[in-house]
Design a protein around this ligand. Structure first.
Ligand SMILES: Nc1ncnc2c1ncn2[C@@H]1O[C@H](COP(=O)(O)OP(=O)(O)OP(=O)(O)O)[C@@H](O)[C@H]1O
Ligand SMILES: [Mg+2]
Length: 257
C-alpha cells in the first residue's frame, strides 16, 4: 500500500523519552483510552513523569460551569501524574461526537497542524513518558487543507503520527471484523514507515465466538509483540489499573522522535 508522505513539518530534536507511543485502534470504541490510561499507569508506577495527550476529541458534555469536557481527556488526565490541564493535553475539543474534521467545520474551528505539534512539543519538554491517543482509527481525516492555500491537500491522524515518529501501539477490539481492521491498520502504519511496537487484544465484548482462534490468527499475522490480553472488565472504577495488570510496556531503551 502506498500512501502520500506526511506533509506536516518535521519536528526539531526533542528530549528523549523513557517511554512514548501513539495509541491507535481498529475502530472507534475499541478501548484506546482504556489502554492509553493503563500504559500511563504503568509509566507512573515506574516513577516517570507521565502524561497522556488527546490531540483531537469530538464529543463532549457541559459541566456546571458551562465548560465542555471530554471523557477521554478526563481519563488521560487522571491516569498521568503531571500537573497539566485539559487544554494542555487536548488542543482541540469539539461538542459533537462526529468525525473530527466535520466537527471542526461545524464549529468553525479548523484543526491546525502547527497547534497540534506545538502542544505535543510542550508536553515533551515536561514528560519522561508520553502516550498519545488517536481518535477513531489510524487514518481518520483531520483537515482538508494543511496550509490553507492548497485545496488539493488533506491531512489526517496518520500524518500527525508520522510527524511525531513515535512507535505505535494498536488496540484490537476483539469482535467480529477485527482481523481485517487489524491487518489494514498494520499495513497503513508500515506504509508510513512507523514502527508497530506492539498490540493489545482488548475484549470489548464479553463473548466473542472463536476468541482463541481469532487471537492466534492475529498473533501469526501481526508483526509485533502481543502486549497483553485485557479481559472484559466489569469494574467501573479503577478500570485503567485493572487493564494495566494485564499489560506490559514494550521498552527498548530511550525513545526519541
Ligand atoms: N476490556 C474492557 N472491558 C469492559 N469495558 C471496556 C473494555 N474496553 C473498553 N471498554 C469500554 O468500552 C467503551 C469504549 O472504550 P474506550 O473509550 O477506551 O474506546 P476508544 O477506542 O478510546 O473510543 P474513541 O474512539 O471514542 O476514543 C468505554 O465505555 C470503555 O469503558
Ligand atoms: Mg478514546
Amino acid at each position: 500500500m502506498k500512501l502520500a508522505p506526511s506533509s506536516l513539518p518535521a519536528l526539531p530534536a526533542l528530549p528523549a523519552l523513557q517511554f512514548g507511543c501513539f495509541v491507535t485502534g481498529t475502530d472507534t470504541d475499541v478501548g484506546k483510552t482504556l489502554i492509553a490510561a493503563a500504559l500511563l499507569r504503568l509509566c507512573v508506577a515506574r516513577g516517570w513523569r507521565s502524561v497522556g495527550m488527546k490531540p483531537v476529541a469530538a464529543g463532549g458534555t457541559q459541566d456546571e460551569q458551562g465548560a465542555w469536557r471530554n471523557v477521554d481527556v478526563e481519563q488521560l488526565l487522571a491516569a498521568g501524574n503531571l500537573p497539566v490541564t485539559a487544554d494542555d493535553i487536548n488542543p482541540y475539543r469539539y461538542r459533537e461526537a462526529i468525525a473530527p474534521h466535520l466537527a471542526a467545520a461545524h464549529e468553525g474551528r479548523p484543526i491546525e497542524a502547527s497547534v497540534l505539534l506545538a502542544s505535543y512539543q510542550q508536553l515533551r519538554q515536561q514528560a519522561e513518558a508520553l502516550v498519545v491517543e488517536g481518535a477513531g482509527g489510524f487514518m481518520v481525516p483531520l483537515a482538508n487543507d494543511v496550509n490553507g492555500d492548497d485545496a488539493g491537500s488533506h491531512y489526517g491522524l496518520d500524518d500527525f503520527a508520522a510527524a511525531l515518529q513515535l512507535p505505535v501501539i494498536l488496540v484490537v477490539g476483539m469482535r467480529l471484523g477485527c482481523l481485517n481492521h487489524a491487518l489494514l491498520t498494520q499495513a497503513a502504519i508500515q506504509a508510513r514507515g512507523l514502527k508497530l511496537a506492539g498490540w493489545v487484544a482488548n475484549r470489548v465484548t464479553p463473548q466473542m465466538s472463536c476468541f482463541e482462534e481469532n487471537l492466534a490468527t492475529l498473533q501469526s499475522r501481526l508483526q509485533a509483540p502481543l502486549l497483553g490480553v485485557v479481559p472484559h472488565l466489569s469494574v467501573r472504577h479503577g478500570m485503567a489499573d485493572a487493564a494495566a495488570a494485564c499489560l506490559r510496556l514494550p521498552l527498548s531503551g530511550k525513545q526519541g522522535g
